[in-house]
Write a protein that binds this ligand. Structure first.
Ligand code: ADP
Ligand code: MG
Length: 245
């Protein structure tokens, strides 16, 4: 059984060709824990998140997600994708489908839920993220913040046990960042296990149990928010914080 850990990464290495992008990442996330990952652009944050969701292969180390070892076995990969919801910087909604259809797609096609039931679930989730009234519009008719909330609802429609976020507010105008962070705060309060790449340090301070700082493919520092902000141990973390705070 999976025990306490939602995600276990042990000495994970990944190369893109000859480029060593993940250089021995060890990171564990408990069930119900909220972990924020930050670090400079190019440090491997997106690659790590994508590897955890089995969207990218890795070459060395061990990765166990929700008790399932991530290896080349397609069954393991399918099982993991079903347990793990992912929200990207670019919302990746289907432009030719309505908001409602974007949210019901996964439940109907992957979980084989009857359409009427999927629609009830989708409407509940759209309600939860505050955009039920937009259900019959197309993504292009929505603001960026609204589209990102649809993307969160779509991920939740799979009833995942773990949610991964990769800079979910980086593509948004400042006035829309807040509405997306509010939804994420709400999700954190509900007890969801969350691994969030973000540079929103206010959110990190408030919501994270732990903050992980990555640089050049490694975890350089890992601490609860109070310690992370008050007394970062490493020069690279201090330099980064001086830029984002
Ligand atoms: P971050 O999300 O921290 O900005 P990424 O994980 O996107 O960093 O990228 C880490 C490094 O890997 C960067 O140098 C990037 O150029 C490189 N990289 C990312 N994706 C690929 C890819 N598909 N092929 C080759 N190099 C890549
Ligand atoms: Mg990235």
């Amino acid at each position: 059984m999976a025990g306490d850990w939602a995600i276990e990464c042990e000495d994970l290495h990944k190369w893109f060709g000859r480029f060593h992008v993940l250089r021995g990442i060890s990171l564990r996330v408990r069930r119900g824990e909220r972990v924020v990952i930050c670090g400079p652009s190019g440090s491997g944050k997106s690659t790590l998140i994508r590897t955890i969701n089995a969207l990218e292969p890795f070459q060395r180390g061990r990765l166990v997600v929700d008790g399932i070892a991530v290896d080349a076995d397609p069954r393991a990969i399918r099982a993991i994708r079903r347990q793990v919801g992912m929200v990207f910087q670019q919302f990746n909604l289907f432009p030719h489908l309505t908001v409602l259809d974007n949210v019901t797609l996964g439940p109907v096609w992957v979980r084989h839920m009857p359409r009427p039931q999927a629609q009830v679930l989708a409407m509940q989730l759209l309600e939860r993220v505050g955009i039920a009234e937009q259900a019959h519009k197309y993504p292009g008719q929505l603001s960026g913040g609204q589209q990102q909330r649809v993307a969160i609802a779509r991920a939740l429609a799979m009833e995942p046990r773990i949610m991964l976020f990769d800079e979910p507010t980086s593509a948004l105008d400042p006035e829309m960042i807040r509405e997306v962070l509010d939804v994420m705060r709400d999700l954190a309060r509900s007890g969801m296990t969350m691994l969030v790449v973000t540079h929103e340090m206010g959110f990190a301070r408030e919501v994270a149990d732990r903050i992980v700082f990555m640089d050049a493919g490694q975890v350089v520092e890992e601490a609860p928010p109070e310690r992370f902000f008050a007394a970062p141990a490493y020069e690279r973390t201090r330099a980064f914080l001086s830029k984002v705070l």
